[in-house]
Design a protein around this ligand. Structure first.
Ligand code: DGL
Length: 266
């Protein structure tokens, strides 16, 4: 048994889209969340900067008592996972792309055409293609960087005309040029605009990696004998900038249960 919290992080509000999945799969675990809202987006920065920012976040969560680090951020997972594992050898560091690739390989066949929407850093890294190929190299994968999605979401403009035009442009390209029938939300911010995506592209099968990440984390904690005792855990969310827009996004996510929220500058 280990009652220390799970440390979950993202560049901003995105990782909070996985909180309900964690609470469902791991109801007794305490959660420490850090969103680097002051420095988001990460997806348009250099991989070296993403690594440096991710390391600072990881150090904060370790100092705050996290028993495992979970990157609920595809961009950090793509650019910084190996670096974090090397930097904190005593710590288990789990990324979001590996369990999602496993899920894709389990659920998709060679007849599917799989579209991945993600940030520029994630797409450039080809982390999804690499991880999926480890399970099934025959799967057809098409990636599209959507650099304007995260700034629009972080600014609270998730229902604007600009957002809709951007969704039409990027996902339309995958649908019309690549013929995709499966769409992977390869950035944890994107579930926030899932309703709009479903409305504009009703035929697509959508995969949100959060559930796979939560299940993978549970499997690791079980295997390591690190699950918490069976009484409800607490949840504490930190953000490096707390704007009214951030609070608006939290409200939209419909996070179930209690949590406290505090600003923390790294
Ligand atoms: N939410 C993050 C992801 O999953 C990154 C978004 C960003 O900061 O660009 O990739």
């Amino acid at each position: 048994m280990d009652d220390r919290p799970i440390g979950i992080f993202d560049s901003g509000v995105g990782g909070l889209t996985s909180i309900n999945a964690f609470s469902e799969v791991l109801p007794f675990e305490s959660i420490l969340y850090f969103g680097d809202t002051a420095r988001a987006p990460y997806g348009s920065k250099s991989p070296a900067t993403v690594r440096a920012f991710s390391r600072e976040t990881a150090q904060f969560l370790i100092n705050a008592g996290a028993k495992i680090l979970v990157a609920a951020c595809n961009t950090s997972s793509a650019a910084a996972l190996d670096y974090l594992r090397e930097s904190f050898p005593g710590m288990i560091v789990q990324g979001i792309i590996e369990p999602c690739a496993e899920q894709i390989a389990e659920e998709c066949t060679e007849d599917d055409r799989i579209g991945i929407i993600a940030t520029q850093v994630t797409v450039n890294s080809r982390a999804y293609e690499t991880e999926i190929a480890k399970h099934n190299a025959e799967l057809k994968v098409f990636s599209e960087a959507c650099p304007d999605f995260v700034p629009l979401i972080e600014s609270g403009a998730f229902e604007s005309e600009t957002m809709e035009a951007s969704i039409q442009h990027h996902i339309g390209r995958l649908v019309n040029e690549c013929g995709i029938n499966v769409l992977v939300l390869g950035c944890t911010h994107y579930p926030i605009i899932r309703d709009s995506i479903e409305r504009l592209f009703p035929g697509l099968r959508i995969i949100d990696p959060s559930a796979a990440l939560a299940k993978k984390t549970r499997a690791i904690l079980e295997e390591e004998g690190m699950l918490a005792s069976d009484w409800p855990g607490w949840r504490k969310f930190y953000a490096s900038d707390l704007s009214p827009r951030f609070l608006n996004v939290i409200e939209r996510l419909g996070i179930k249960g209690d949590y406290s929220l505090e600003r923390h500058r790294l």
